[in-house]
Design a protein around this ligand. Structure first.
Ligand SMILES: C=CC(=O)SCCNC(=O)CCNC(=O)[C@H](O)C(C)(C)COP(=O)(O)OP(=O)(O)OC[C@H]1O[C@@H](n2cnc3c(N)ncnc32)[C@H](O)[C@@H]1OP(=O)(O)O
Ligand SMILES: NC(=O)C1=CN([C@@H]2O[C@H](COP(=O)(O)OP(=O)(O)OC[C@H]3O[C@@H](n4cnc5c(N)ncnc54)[C@H](O)[C@@H]3O)[C@@H](O)[C@H]2O)C=CC1
Length: 327
């Protein structure tokens, strides 16, 4: 038996809580990991509360990411004692996840813990931070350079937004942070935002085209915010869309695409190929300021995860939350 969060769904309803879990609940896998740290991402909030149909099998251990130490392995790449990180691959959705002391997964899903990070730091980054890096890589590969103009980051106080700001600022980009918590402007400017705008400027239904402003965009919000971001992106600029914190809809027109030649990149962290993950983690090790990472990180115990999941979805959590599992 081991301790973990378990989600059950039956006639009595949808419930998540800390309990002793039998090893028999763990799915098949060729690597067993002793989890040190996990995190709470937005998707974990959706899974734990049942707000969206993220969990596809019950009972389910949530947690779309974890970092820890291999306990046993029949996979050729891994041996007992190796330190590993996992993001996505349906873990915490269809395959038991990281919010428990033990995880059993496919060795092909694991990434070696970069030497630059402790397991706690890797989870302070977590799937949110790794996704922020995927967004930055998309803008870089599009050819957007520091000095080309302002980069908009939406949902700026959140996990993806906070790491995106820190990364872009470190790389020399001029970052404009959009937030509903303008009172938190100091936090955003300390991370490296050059200026802060109110999310209301972007969240109302807008025109097909607006005044050209952004050289690039990292959008975690979706809906009208994403549509307005596209409508105000400069000629041949790019938008990296990764989130739906404001809604899954995309009420846009083709105008920015066919009249300004903008590009919309869809960013998916869950099924990203291994080479992409390794590149993202290597770049995080190079480009993310460890001191800034610590300032955006708060720590909770496993038992607190359900309560903090509610707060996360209510937009009451700033930055990243690490969950101490065995660490
Ligand atoms: C870290 C990442 C994130 O944070 S992403 C944001 C969090 N995710 C969500 O909120 C998604 C929750 N899911 C939904 O709201 C719904 O599943 C849906 C709206 C995406 C689709 O719902 P619908 O009822 O219309 O269809 P199905 O559920 O039957 O699915 C249709 C088709 O799509 C496949 N699919 C479902 N979810 C995913 C997924 N997460 N990734 C990839 N593909 C997905 C599903 O298997 C079906 O395909 P099929 O070939 O028919 O099996
Ligand atoms: N595509 C992918 O692979 C990934 C997608 N995501 C998505 O990115 C988004 C952000 O994830 P996290 O940073 O972990 O979540 P988070 O909860 O830490 O941050 C979300 C931010 O959006 C803000 N927000 C909420 N509602 C809003 C609205 N209506 N308008 C504007 N801002 C609003 C919140 O105040 C918060 O600051 C989520 O939608 C998540 O599902 C996250 C990781 C991977």
């Amino acid at each position: 038996m081991f301790q973990g969060i378990l989600i059950t769904k039956d006639d009595a309803g949808y419930r998540a809580g800390l309990q002793a879990i039998d090893e028999a609940v763990l799915p098949e896998g060729d690597v067993t990991v002793r989890v040190a740290w996990s995190t709470l991402n937005y998707k974990d909030g959706l899974a734990i509360t049942g707000r969206s149909p993220v969990v596809r099998r019950f009972p389910m251990i949530p947690g779309i990411d974890f970092a820890g130490t291999v306990e046993s392995s029949s996979h050729p790449a891994w041996k007992a004692g190796d330190q590993v990180v996992l993001n996505g691959w349906g873990v915490g959705e269809v395959h038991c996840g990281g919010l428990a002391e033990v995880a059993r997964v496919k060795g092909d899903w694991l990434v070696r813990l970069p030497a630059a990070f402790t397991t706690r730091q890797a989870m302070a980054i977590g799937t949110a931070g790794y996704t922020a890096m995927l967004c930055v890589l998309a803008l870089e590969k599009h050819g957007i350079k520091p000095g080309d103009g302002e980069i908009l980051v939406t949902g700026a106080n959140g996990g993806v937004g906070s790491v995106a700001i820190a990364l872009l600022a470190q790389l020399g980009y001029t970052v404009v942070a959009s937030t509903g918590r303008v009172a938190e402007s100091d936090y955003l400017t300390r991370l490296g935002a050059a200026s802060v705008i109110d999310r209301k400027d972007l969240s109302e239904p807008g025109k097909p085209l607006g005044k050209e402003r952004w050289a690039g965009v990292v959008d975690t919000v979706g809906s009208h915010t994403l549509a307005n971001a596209c409508a105000t992106t400069r000629y041949r600029g790019a938008v990296a869309a990764c989130g739906l914190a404001g809604g899954m809809d995309f009420p846009a027109t083709v105008a920015p695409f066919i009249l300004r030649g903008i590009t919309l990149y869809g960013i998916d962290s869950v099924m990203a190929p291994q080479a992409v993950r390794v590149e993202a983690w290597e770049r995080l090790a190079r480009d993310l300021d460890g001191a800034k990472l610590e300032t955006i990180t708060s720590e909770i115990a496993l038992a607190d995860a359900p309560a903090v999941a509610d707060k996360l979805l209510a937009g009451q959590v700033r930055g990243r939350v690490v969950v101490k599992v065995g660490g």
